[in-house]
Design a protein around this ligand. Structure first.
Ligand SMILES: Cc1cc2nc3c(=O)[nH]c(=O)nc-3n(C[C@H](O)[C@H](O)[C@H](O)COP(=O)(O)OP(=O)(O)OC[C@H]3O[C@@H](n4cnc5c(N)ncnc54)[C@H](O)[C@@H]3O)c2cc1C
Length: 490
């Protein structure tokens, strides 16, 4: 096939679209403004420590397997996965934490030990979650979602009411469980979707099935080894990658992209997939008359949070931490309010702490630890050195207190990453980390469309379009955009 496709961005959505299209015989070139593939999932190494910059939780292993199976390959051909057990630790106070086990029987026993009768409720909850997960993966998530009519098919309509679209996840959890620790375990996964549990449809309890049954996995070498797997596969099909190559302009003629401007040079392609942040591509690369959505539209969207991150090298082994740790020792509801309802720097935030050197001896020098601290914050909050330093001190104090050891004097490497970095590195709208929140009004056909409404050969992929935020959805969105182009050429 002599059809040429340009893909803007080498994040997971761009890599997925490029792989599928090149496998089908399209001539694909990927233009990436940064120095290497991965987008938000890049990594960096310094002083013997290697840090995944963005995603650290590998969930939905079947989405990856399903993607690779299309090319007669599999995860084990590309990288090595290990299931973590415990999946993660949740701290509720200095002396109180729960390790969430990978084993089903141990999980039910844990629930029962905390609240009598809750193991039966969990069984019911997870069986409904499995139903939603299977229906979503098989029939919903891979749809282009141009219109609600795509969902009017017997397989979906039959199960529609079981999807719990109109009830919030929070309500559905709190009807079944009373102990706040169990509620936290079941509510936290939807934070990955960018919205508060009371604003997220109970449909997304499918995330609980992914968490508690399908499990939390670790790719040897970190999440970046998954990026490398995708990158190598795409290259094996002939995709050409151009790094340090920013697409600066899309020139339109008769409602088609005539050429794209990269680093000052004009190039011609039959199709373009914008897999960088949707808003940036619309508002910075296209003239107003060619944009599908207005400034008001974007301003009125609920964006997923931004994040303040610290990448830390510690010159000793730390006690009382697992690979993944959640510190819910503060007022969780107040923090979600400060992200979504009254956006401001959080007073006492919940924290996520990753310590991948607990699993991976190559993540830090021998006897050291590799620690990442993530604070979810409202999108659009300006940061500066003083703010970062304030939170750094707060985070270290909290960590020292909750794990019962000194840490401050042992920090031998420190890098922070926040709002302004998301904008500089990815042109992230309002400095978002995970794209657009999966609220009821921003799900499926209510998300920014995968195809431009104004330009016939322009498509979008990535975490601001369907199906939503996260690595597995980004992979699926690349597939959807690629299939739309393939369909136009049948
Ligand atoms: C801190 C953090 C933690 C996360 N944790 C998890 C997790 O644990 N598990 C999980 O599943 N997901 C997680 N996510 C979300 C996940 O990383 C993203 O949803 C996913 O990687 C997005 O992929 P993408 O292809 O849509 O976008 P991106 O990864 O942002 O890729 C887009 C690419 O386009 C490039 N680009 C933009 N504009 C241009 C231009 N004009 N010219 C050329 N290139 C351009 C950018 O440089 C970027 O490389 C996390 C994200 C962050 C930030």
């Amino acid at each position: 096939m002599d059809k040429k496709v340009a893909i803007i961005g080498a994040g997971f959505s761009g890599l997925s679209a490029a792989t599928l299209l090149s496998h089908k015989g399209f001539n694909v070139e990927v233009f990436e403004k940064n120095e290497k593939p991965g987008g938000r999932a890049r990594n960096f190494a310094s002083e013997g420590y290697t840090f995944d910059m963005g995603p650290t939780w590998y969930w939905f292993p079947d989405v990856f397997e399903r993607f690779f199976a299309q090319f007669n390959t599999s995860v084990s051909d590309l990288y090595t996965l290990k299931r973590l057990d415990p999946s993660y630790r949740i701290f509720f106070s200095k002396n109180e934490f729960i390790d969430v086990p990978a084993n089903g029987d141990a999980l039910y026993a844990l629930f029962e030990s905390i609240e009598a009768g809750s193991s039966q409720q969990l069984e019911k909850f997870l069986s409904e979650a499995e139903y939603k997960y299977t229906l979503a993966i098989d029939k919903i998530l891979h749809k282009p979602s141009y219109s609600i009519l795509e969902y009017f098919e017997p397989g979906i309509l039959k199960g529609f009411f079981k999807l719990d679209i109109l009830k919030s996840l929070s309500k559905s959890v709190r009807q079944l469980f009373k102990d706040i620790r169990l509620i936290r375990i079941l509510e936290f996964p939807v934070i990955f979707l960018g919205a508060a549990p009371n604003k997220t449809p109970a449909l997304y309890s499918l995330m609980n099935y992914a968490d508690l049954i399908l499990g939390t996995w670790y790719p040897e070498g970190g999440m970046y080894s998954v990026v490398e797997g995708f990158y190598n596969l795409a290259q094996s099909f002939g995709v050409k990658f151009h790094f340090n190559s920013e697409v600066q302009n899309l020139r339109i003629s008769n409602s088609y992209i005539a050429d794209i401007q990269v680093n000052g040079t004009n190039r011609k392609f039959d199709y373009v997939i914008g897999s960088g942040d949707y808003y940036h591509i619309e508002s910075k690369l296209l003239e107003k008359k060619h944009q599908s959505y207005s400034e008001n539209y974007w301003e009125s969207r609920t964006m997923a949070p931004s994040s303040l991150l610290f990448y830390l090298g510690i010159n000793k082994k730390l006690n009382n931490l697992q690979h993944h740790n959640l510190l819910f020792d503060s007022d969780f509801e107040k923090h979600t309010d400060e992200i979504y309802s009254t956006p401001k720097w959080p007073s006492d935030p919940a924290l996520y702490v990753a310590c991948s050197s607990k699993t991976d001896e190559h993540a830090a020098p021998e006897g050291h630890e590799n620690v990442i601290v993530l604070i979810p914050v409202a999108p659009g909050l300006q940061d500066d050195m003083a703010i970062k330093e304030y939170y750094f001190k707060m985070v270290i104090r909290r960590l020292e207190k909750i794990t019962g050891q000194s840490i401050k004097e042992n920090i031998v490497y420190k890098r922070s990453y926040a709002y302004s970095d998301f904008i500089k590195d990815y042109y992230a709208f309002k400095g978002n980390a995970y794209g657009m929140a999966n609220t009821l009004r921003q799900t499926a056909f209510l998300k920014p469309k995968i195809k431009s409404k104004k330009i016939n050969n322009l498509f979008y992929a990535g975490q601001l379009t369907v199906p939503g935020p996260g690595v597995p959805p980004a992979i699926i969105s690349g597939e959807i955009a690629a299939r739309e182009i393939i369909r136009m050429n049948l």
